[in-house]
Design a protein around this ligand. Structure first.
Ligand code: JHZ
Ligand code: ZN
Length: 406
């Protein structure tokens, strides 16, 4: 039995085994043709502290290399979301004299651009050098590297303590999470807050978003498990807010223990999670069974369409799609290419499944009969942008919450 990465108890119940999987963002490696790194992707639930997590970890320097291709500002929805996030922090937590905010995993600087424009002191930290350079080109202050206590101490010595440490879609990606909390403790000013957003396991389970499990997403956070984790490292969870991004996320706000009174939202989420039996391993096992059924239904549909001579193209070479294509066994024979707007992904191959990635312009030359939407979390934006596809009689295939055609 595996030991929990948070509480150390040997109390993890395995609920899904995806077998060997590649790294979800290693598009360039796949295209280079050598042997691709693979690891066992499996998920379990800790009956001790309630944290859902992976059973084996892919090395972080491989998961987040200098040429990590994901760009946070690639979608209009994401740009809007991070502009709003920055404005909210500016209005609520960055109101004192000469405030300072540090972002862990700042990517191309999309959130900090708004902070910079407001004239507020800031620093982004990210190991993805290529993305950090894009942030710097926008005038955002960045430091290339991983965030941990030594980094935090250096930042504090140079810039003073931070009123806010913010992070989106990053904290759940870091197995050795104590290094993050040690760093935050060293960096936060008295009364400061650590605000982080990550996908919500309740939404994942409820909607069978099995593709949200891949190398980077080491933990699947819930309000209860995050509260327990924060307490373990000397912090109180003082607020939780549901966000619609990525199929449902939560913005957690934590403060040093005893510094701030928790808001009512925390208790409300805990009650809802009890109602949904989110601490019952059977709920996760049932999710696993539904995910297997989805895979079977999706490959059956794609094979039927191929047999009927219908063309299918993928849309959005997401990290999530690595799990779908590799676990379900979908290769270029069923989906000959995937369109994606990210320049760093175009001209490469999808990790493991080796489906060519092409620019969105390839979509209409000519339109396929069907498009498999891997970027389902951007459905509205993409379907609006690709209105011509529907007008030409094209149909979208979705596989969450189950396989259906729209
Ligand atoms: P999207 C990544 O996951 C990785 P992914 C990471 N682990 C994470 O947690 C989240 O992001 C935040 C393309 N696209 O956002 C761009 C179009 O082609 O679902 C992207 O490659 N046309 C850090 O990769 C992909 O789809 C469009 O119009 O699952 C979307 O990726 C739009 C809107 C997007 O995240
Ligand atoms: Zn645990």
């Amino acid at each position: 039995m595996n030991a929990c990465r948070i509480c150390g108890e040997k109390s993890i119940v395995e609920f899904f085994d995806f077998a060997r999987q590649p790294l979800s963002n290693s598009f360039a490696d796949a295209a280079a043709g050598g042997r691709e790194f693979a690891f066992r992707l499996a998920a379990g639930f800790c009956t001790g502290c309630t944290m859902a997590q992976q059973l084996e970890e892919a090395p972080r320097d491989r998961v987040f290399p200098a040429d990590y291709p994901y760009r946070s500002s690639e979608s209009a929805g994401s740009r809007r979301h991070f502009t709003e996030a920055a404005k909210t922090l500016i209005a609520t937590e960055l109101t004192g004299s000469d405030p300072f905010i540090v972002e862990i995993g700042s990517n191309d600087g999309i959130m900090l651009r708004t902070v910079k424009e407001a004239g507020i002191r800031h620093l982004g930290v990210d190991p993805a050098k290529d993305a950090a350079e894009l942030a710097a080109a926008e005038g955002v202050r960045v430091r290339v590297g991983l965030f941990a206590e030594p980094t935090a101490l250096e930042i504090r010595a140079a810039d003073g303590p931070a009123n806010v440490v913010y992070s989106a879609n990053t904290i759940s990606h870091i197995p050795g999470i104590e290094s993050i909390f040690d760093g935050v403790r060293a960096l936060l000013a008295p009364g400061g807050v650590f605000v982080f957003e990550d996908r919500y396991v309740s939404d994942i389970v409820e909607n069978t978003y099995f593709d949200q499990i891949y190398d980077a997403h080491f933990y699947l956070f819930a309000v209860r498990s995050v509260q327990a984790m924060a307490a373990r490292f000397g912090f109180d969870l003082i607020d939780a807010e549901h966000l619609p991004v990525h199929g449902g996320s939560i913005r957690y706000t934590v403060a040093r223990s005893g510094e701030r009174r928790p808001r009512a939202s925390v208790g409300e989420f805990l009650a809802r999670e009890r109602e949904r039996n989110l601490s019952d391993p059977d709920v996760y096992r049932a999710f696993g069974a539904r995910a297997r059924a989805t895979c079977g239904n999706l490959t059956a549909l794609l094979r039927d369409l191929r047999a009927a001579g219908r063309s299918v193209v993928g849309y959005g070479a997401t990290a999530k799609s690595a799990t779908v294509t590799n676990y379900c066994g979908i290769g270029p024979d069923l989906v000959p290419f995937i369109c994606d707007s990210t320049p760093a992904k175009q001209g490469t191959l999808t990790p493991g499944s080796h489906i060519p990635v092409r620019p969105p312009e390839a979509f209409s030359r000519p339109y396929p009969d069907y498009a498999l939407l891997f970027a389902w979390n951007h459905a509205e934006e993409i379907m609006a942008k690709e209105r011509g596809f529907r007008d030409a009689g094209g149909k979208w295939i979705l596989y969450v919450p189950d396989v259906h055609i729209v």
